[in-house]
Design a protein around this ligand. Sequence first.
Ligand SMILES: [Zn+2]
Ligand SMILES: [Zn+2]
Length: 347
Amino acid sequence: MSKEEVGVKRFSKEESSSRIGRIPTPTGYPGLGDINSYLIFPEQAGGELILIDTGICSDEAWQALNDGLAELDLRVEDIDRILLTHGHTDHYGQAQRIHELSNCQLWAHENLWLTNERMRPPPERKELELYYYALWGVDRALADKAISRRAKIADRYHPMEPDHLLKDDEIVAIPGFDLKTIHTPGHCPDEVVYWQEDLKLFFSGDHLLPDITPVCLTQMPRNKGDVRPRALSEYQDSLAKVSPYPARVTYPSHGAPITDHLELIKSYGLSTDRRLLKISRILEAGGPMTPMAVGKELFPKAWESQIVPVMSEIIGHCDILEDNGHLVEQMNNGVIEYLYRSTPAPN
Ligand SMILES: [Zn+2]
Ligand SMILES: [Zn+2]
């Protein structure tokens, strides 16, 4: 993958299209760095200015957005419409603040409410969340910590009501720059990739990222006993969904443009296979284990401080192992245990 510097710029026709601009703003999340907002400039002066993703709701991000726009001879007031790739705080956080100055519209996928609700569940949901953490073998103190950490993250944005809810396959009409909405759940339930057919370009949100593998966050069922969505399996289906597109350039929300999305998807596949094998070996050696116990072995340094992504990785991969008959899930005193059955063969 290219290691070009990721700064404010207007792309050239030779690179892709002179109608695309990029403004990175800091997320403040350790290890994540900046998020890229993309601009779609109007075909003709006075036409609609579109912003894809907003940056997180912080003074640093607000300053960076304003500075970036100024560098491109624009102001926040010029933004007519925001398109979201998904509702995570770093993509959605500044929408309300931008709207207050520009009166812009907000368009997002119809599942946005699910991501919003996950970030800001109603208070009575806490009991259900604690039930699921216990089911996965996470102790109470750690579960409480995860819930209060999320509340702090949720404070970093003020959800803005969307003006239009996008459906899979829907065309966002933009003069000379129509975008097709491709629903790609996995990283979160409302993730979309936007496809520009004439230029063969993707705006890939967090679905395709050059430097990090997107985490597919486990979604707790909304009611006790409901079927839990299998986030990593959904993500793999969504990778298969974007694979056939002949993309020349993919603009990700974090990092530099991607020129070969198929190569990237292949590398994700290899790292998934490696992780499946590792987990299978841990289970083979350690006997029946809770998701938490597997997490402690696979991520000895990160499990305590990053319980949500760690559990998401374990549960997502164990879903796949279970679907392929390599493990069985059993209950022991109200806690899930994974029991080794066979070792997955590399694809
Ligand atoms: Zn995200
Ligand atoms: Zn992101």
